[in-house]
Ligand binder design. Sequence first.
Ligand code: NCD
Length: 304
Amino acid sequence: MKHLIESRDLSPSDTKGILDLADQIIREPAKYAQVCSGKKLATLFFEPSTRTRLSFEAAMMELGGNVIGFASADSTSASKGESVADTIRVVQNYADIVAMRHPKEGSAKVAALHASIPIINAGDGGHEHPTQTLTDLLTINSLLGRLDHITIGLCGDLTFGRTVHSLIHALMGYDHISFALISPQELTLPSYIREEMVGRDIPFKEVERLESVIDELDVLYMTRVQRERFFNEEDYIRLRDSYILDGAKMKQAKKEMIVLHPLPRVNEIAAEVDDDPRACYFKQVLYGKYVRMALIMTLLELEV
Ligand code: NCD
């Protein structure tokens, strides 16, 4: 694996290697404190981010490396019309590895085609977000103790939610996974992913009401309606509060179900749920830092 652009770039053994390394880092962080000494990560964020960018930067610093980069397109030559290909040709002279977020689908792929250093897709439009998926897999594996035999409900904006697309692709590779796809009619999963699920005989159902499936789930993955990818504001306003997970709905769920959310949350999880022990979205944030440490080491081919 040279770059990480889509979650299908990760073979099951790549994923296992990264998750195992993240577990080792969690157990003995001090052992890894200098492994990236002298290396630089460039975070190229053409789109807003809190967790992804900061967790990459924290990850690199905890490995003893340095960070350069930008947090918005306005401050870069992209605002003068520079292409992604040219930006990468330039940045690779300054850094050893790149994490890039961009509003256009396919932009990370374009970057990888022109790069001599590893490129990590930190989100490309409504397409994929594979490092959130690694975060989600590490969280599920750590909290449930397995990545197979899971019924997972993905709820909210399944059309534009790139974290959902990447997570489904990754989970399809494990045994006995079944999916409940919970969304309004207007925000269902893109057909290319549904067709793949049908082609691989993956069990799934599509429903509009969260209440109709919540009692079957081992994992409930909530997502926000992706306002920035809508064509008009009225549609967003009509759909934004389609789902609100609250205490009453949590009462119908299994005692050992976990609730995940890539964050940011808007209205889709009521604050009262935060105190429920099954609410794991803030724990998920910490796993994201460790898994990114493991990913950086893997792509830079560094060992301790
Ligand atoms: C997600 C993203 O950027 O796709 N956020 C994240 O990276 N954790 C989810 C979102 O923005 O809704």
